[in-house]
Design a protein around this ligand. Sequence first.
Ligand code: BT5
Length: 257
Amino acid sequence: MLIGRKVLVKEEVVSTNDAAKALAIDGEVEGTVVTALRQTGGKGRTGRSWESPPGGLYLSIILRPELKAQDLTLLTVMSCLPVAQAIEEACHAVPRIKWPNDVKLNGRKVAGILVEACYRGGEPRFLVMGIGINLNTDPSALTTPEAGSLKDMCGKELDQEHFMNVLLFKLDDFYAKFKRGERDLDEYARYSESIGQDVEVRLGDQKVKGKGMHLEEDGSLVMRSEDGMIYRATSVHDVVPLDKGQVRFETDNVHKQ
Ligand code: BT5
């Protein structure tokens, strides 16, 4: 087992992603996990914040994959799969993955993933995969209207240690398979609420409504807009028309060292 060989438990941090990033810069090995009981500055994508009261699970994993840039996006997008599987096992209910990085249960967002890539000289040096799950969070501690707590929705307190062990096991299995080139897109589609469903993505200043069609091998979501245009959405929810050439690659947040 690579992921979770070493788990560092903190009481309070600003962000487990920042804590993991600092460790990774100092050479911490792949697979190390940083977790905290609460975060004072939990981060979402593109400057958004992640509410992190006690009761939630906040963890970040240091990864050093030797993968091509396009595989990094797919890795980011598909990392929702082990999170959804762990939630299904704990709650006996099927969660839905909203592309690119949300996991929802009964229409409420219960988990989010933020993967940050640290580059040096154009080559990814390491990734930090941050996962936030509203496990035993008191729903009144969450102000985001669409947020949901697993404890509230499953009707029982969940064993945090057991849940984390299951999650780390599933993440480890997923990551090992991913590195071997195995991508279970059918299993992903089973949880997806975006494939075959109505989606809305941003194209510059505009929002485009349409239907999600399939996940591309580079992790982007192909959709057909209401006026019949085919678009490819990259993982930062920019959308690039397929017939206008190049698709832009961006991991969620890119940091230069
Ligand atoms: C995400 O961003 O969903 C990624 C969240 C990743 C959080 C983890 S916690 C461990 C690690 N350390 C960090 O600092 N971050 C990672 P995004 O798709 O941008 O969604 C952010 C939006 O989700 C916010 O603007 C709110 O609308 C909503 N939100 C914030 N906190 C939430 C919560 N606890 N539960 C559900 N929704 C929330």
